[in-house]
Design a protein around this ligand. Structure first.
Ligand code: EPU
Length: 437
């Protein structure tokens, strides 16, 4: 049995209305949880989204020996206890790509760490070469034993200059955290510039770290001192991907949708693209108001590292393009497996031609019809929810627990409040691809 969403579509009508509140960002919260290993005392984390990925990250730390206490919804304290073992539990780490960011702080604190090749959404090759070469530059030795990476740094990590051949988010965060406890200065060049990285640096700096340049292509970390969480609770920044997904939903189906508790500054590229498609968007300080236009214009999208158009919003935006009048192109530059879901959109009635694994041509406007769907990954999962809302008739989306629940907190309650006919049910899935976890 898998958790399933049953959605009765609007058949293209624009009648959603109301307020939808954005939760804390998954990809910020996961790194803040990992950063607790850099602290000599208890850290308080707030506005943590209650999703399966954050719970799994807490489980990983607990399994290694941390004390994690939930104080109320979204609020936790974490203390690293004496017997903390520098080994990432394979059973948990293999199920979540983000687990790899724990390796930086653990190696920096204990001089060793072992971890399996991490799992996560199957959206491309997702190699670990930049982690391995970065550890080596900081003076560690990396070997592979029984399917696990074993990294040791006798005498501790040393500050180093690390150039990233690809602007990777988790690699940047891993070495930014490792640099905090390494001896000397670490410089990360061609670092990723996603807002979650600056958010993490800001929190660590409040707690005693010396990080400059986070949010730019060069980050400098002066290391060597444990951090203290006393008096500095962490508050997770708003999830820009969730906000962007609600924006797309509003652009397709809302009379008027207020997206609250978000940071519009983090959504410049999606807002710009939606406006060129003819969508009416009003921006306030922490709120975006969106109204679906009667006609959507085609646009070409190309994913890019921040501040470009985020790959995590590519699937929802493609759903929108199926409703635009004319030909649009989608160019996914970051992950080669991130257009696989288009096959299901075509089965719903979309006219999408794959030019190559990175490029799709979308011809609109096409009427979408409700279908049985199994999401290949978390972000495509929410895109299916959006396509099911737009479609005519009923859709059934399988494997919600291994995809959508990983990243969106109680999304059905929030969608119901703005007029979506969505129910959660337990059903035997059509197919349960192992790759979905
Ligand atoms: N890369 C390498 N070598 C490495 C690591 C990465 O070449 O050792 C390459 C990848 O192959 C890819 C590029 O770097 O071409 C970017 O990948 P990146 O490492 O930035 O991806 P990530 O850090 O694993 C994070 C988010 C993803 C998001 C991407 C891009 C987290 C936990 N994950 O992944 O989020 O799509 O950045 O913005 O922060 C999601 O939330 O659904 C998700 C997949």
């Amino acid at each position: 049995m898998s958790n399933t969403f049953v959605i009765k579509g609007l058949g293209g009508e624009r009648k959603l209305h109301g307020i939808v509140r954005v939760t804390g960002a998954k990809n910020a919260a996961l790194k803040a949880i990992a950063s607790t290993v850099l602290f000599r005392d208890t850290v308080t984390l707030t506005n943590i989204p209650e999703i399966s990925d954050t719970l799994r990250m807490f489980d990983l730390l607990k399994d290694m020996g941390a004390e994690v206490i939930k104080t109320r919804k979204g609020a936790y304290t974490v203390s690293i206890e004496k017997g903390f073992a520098p080994e990432l539990t394979p059973g948990i780490a293999k199920r979540m790509r983000a687990s790899v960011v724990v390796t930086g702080p653990v190696l920096a604190r204990y001089g060793k760490v072992s971890f399996p090749h991490p799992g996560g959404c199957v959206i491309g090759a997702r190699p670990l070469d930049l982690f391995v070469s970065g550890f080596e530059k900081m003076g560690a030795k990396v070997s592979i034993k029984d399917d696990s990476y074993v990294v040791t740094a006798k005498g501790g990590l040393k500050g180093a200059e690390i150039f990233l051949k690809n602007q990777s988010v988790t690699v940047t965060e891993t070495f930014m955290m490792a640099g905090v406890l390494a001896k000397g200065t670490t410089v990360i060049k061609n670092s990723a510039m996603e807002p979650e990285i600056a958010d993490l640096a800001e929190f660590l700096n409040k707690c005693g770290a010396k990080i400059s340049g986070a949010g730019t292509p060069t980050i400098t970390i002066k290391g060597g001192k444990f951090l203290s969480g006393k008096g500095h609770p962490y508050k997770t920044m708003p999830d820009r991907i969730e906000a962007g997904s609600f924006l797309v939903l509003g652009a397709l189906s809302a009379r008027e949708l207020h997206i609250t508790n978000c940071n519009p500054e983090h959504l410049e590229s999606p807002i710009d693209i939606l406006r060129s498609a003819g969508v009416g968007i009003e921006i306030k300080k922490n709120e975006i108001i969106v109204r679906a236009p009667s006609v959507l214009r085609p646009v070409d999208i190309k994913t890019h590292e921040y501040p470009g158009f985020p790959t995590d919003l590519q699937a929802p935006m493609t759903v929108l393009l199926t409703q635009a009048d004319g030909e649009s192109t989608v160019f996914e530059t970051i992950f080669e497996g991130r257009l696989n879901y288009t096959e299901s959109l075509s089965a719903m009635g979309a006219n999408i031609t794959m030019m190559d694994p990175h490029r799709a041509l979308v011809r609109g406007k096409t009427e979408l019809k409700g279908r049985k769907l199994t999401s290949p990954d978390l972000r495509a999962g929410l895109a299916f929810v959006i396509s099911a809302i737009v479609a005519k008739g009923e859709s059934v989306i399988h494997n919600v627990d291994t995809t959508i629940d990983r990243g969106y907190e109680d999304v059905e309650t929030r969608l119901r409040a703005i007029g979506v006919d969505i129910e959660r049910a337990k059903m035997v899935p059509e197919e349960t691809p192992e790759s979905a976890v």
